[in-house]
Design a protein around this ligand. Structure first.
Ligand code: SER
Length: 317
């Protein structure tokens, strides 16, 4: 029976991942932790700053956790604003989580990202194994993280696993400080205002995925037969490659008066331009059966439906 500790549990992925893990493994088997406290009833919950290795060790030990899901990190645009903080938090938090997992012999998951690629990487159908010279602090953290997780597996035989997530789209918890956040905001604004001003330019393709597929990918990879995993810590995974006007056209099928305009943010545009247009997920499909349920059309229907319900509930309360 798995017992898990999740860091960054109030974040964009963590908040939904905890719910899903609890559905599968039981509420009491998943300890949610975050640097922020919450008034929501999501017990078991503990406040944890991932820079505090002793507290992390104590919580994991007392909970008798056998699995560490390390999600706490700064996203790309925030990291670019404060690179030293990003280095300290993203790398310091990761090495603490790996050390706790090593000391307590836990299975380990942490996400990498399409941000682990850079401007010199092949842009279309980016291979699993390829040139990685990212030009952002976030990307540097992600490449170092992939290597560090490989190292802990080779050196200590720790069962480390991970994926390179594309931009994740969800109606539950908004992302904070990412480059791909526009692809979430566009849906909120479509419902709330019928218009959106994109900070990413027309024609800028990036990989994306709907959150249910991302959560399923984490679970499938963690449940996969370890002996079949060659690329343990950095599986390319993607569900779609889109640019702003394609998202807008899909939204217009349901909200015909929706309009899209552009006011490009040079910082986030430069980050987006340095990332791939599409990545190749073949290794993930072959080694652990990665698959997705949502394409752009299906995701758009679900996002708009769920956000409308959310808006109605907000109007009532
Ligand atoms: N969604 C992330 C970001 O934009 C990419 O991993 O920072």
């Amino acid at each position: 029976m798995k017992r898990m500790i999740v860091t960054g549990a109030l974040g964009q992925i963590g908040s939904e991942l905890v719910v899903k893990l609890r559905e599968i493994y039981g509420v009491d088997a998943v300890l949610a932790t975050d640097i922020r406290n919450t008034t929501d009833s999501i017990e078991p919950f503990e406040v944890l700053d991932v820079m505090d290795d002793k507290c992390m060790h104590k919580l994991a030990k007392e909970f008798r956790a056998d699995t560490m899901i390390h999600m706490a990190a700064l996203l790309s645009a925030t990291a670019e604003k404060n690179p030293l903080l990003a280095w300290n938090l993203n790398m310091g938090g990761l090495v603490n989580a790996l050390e706790v997992a090593r000391e307590l012999n836990m299975q380990f998951f942490t996400p990498s990202s399409i941000g682990a690629f850079g401007p010199t990487t092949q842009k279309n159908n980016t291979p699993q194994n390829t040139l990685q010279r990212p030009t952002t602090m976030y990307g540097i953290n992600k490449v170092a993280g992939e290597l560090l997780c490989d190292y802990y597996h080779q050196k200590y035989n720790l069962d480390t696993r991970g994926v390179r997530f594309p931009g994740l789209i969800s109606y539950v918890t908004p992302p904070g400080g990412g480059t791909t956040d526009y692809a979430v905001e566009i849906y909120y604004k479509a419902i709330e205002e019928g218009q959106y001003q994109s900070y990413i330019a027309q024609g800028t393709y990036m990989d994306m995925m709907y959150m249910p597929d991302a959560l399923q990918a984490i679970i499938d990879l963690m449940e996969a037969d370890g002996s079949k995993l060659v690329h343990r810590n950095a599986f390319n995974i993607s569900a779609m490659s889109v640019e702003p006007s394609e998202l807008a056209a899909e939204i217009q099928k349901h909200i015909p008066h929706f309009t899209l305009s552009y006011k490009v943010d040079p910082v986030r545009q430069a980050i987006a331009d340095s990332w791939p247009n599409t990545i190749d997920s073949t290794a993930a499909r072959e080694e652990w059966g990665f698959t997705t349920q949502y394409d752009l059309a299906k995701m758009t229907i679900d996002m708009l439906e769920k956000l409308k319900i959310k808006q109605q509930k907000k109007a009532i309360s």
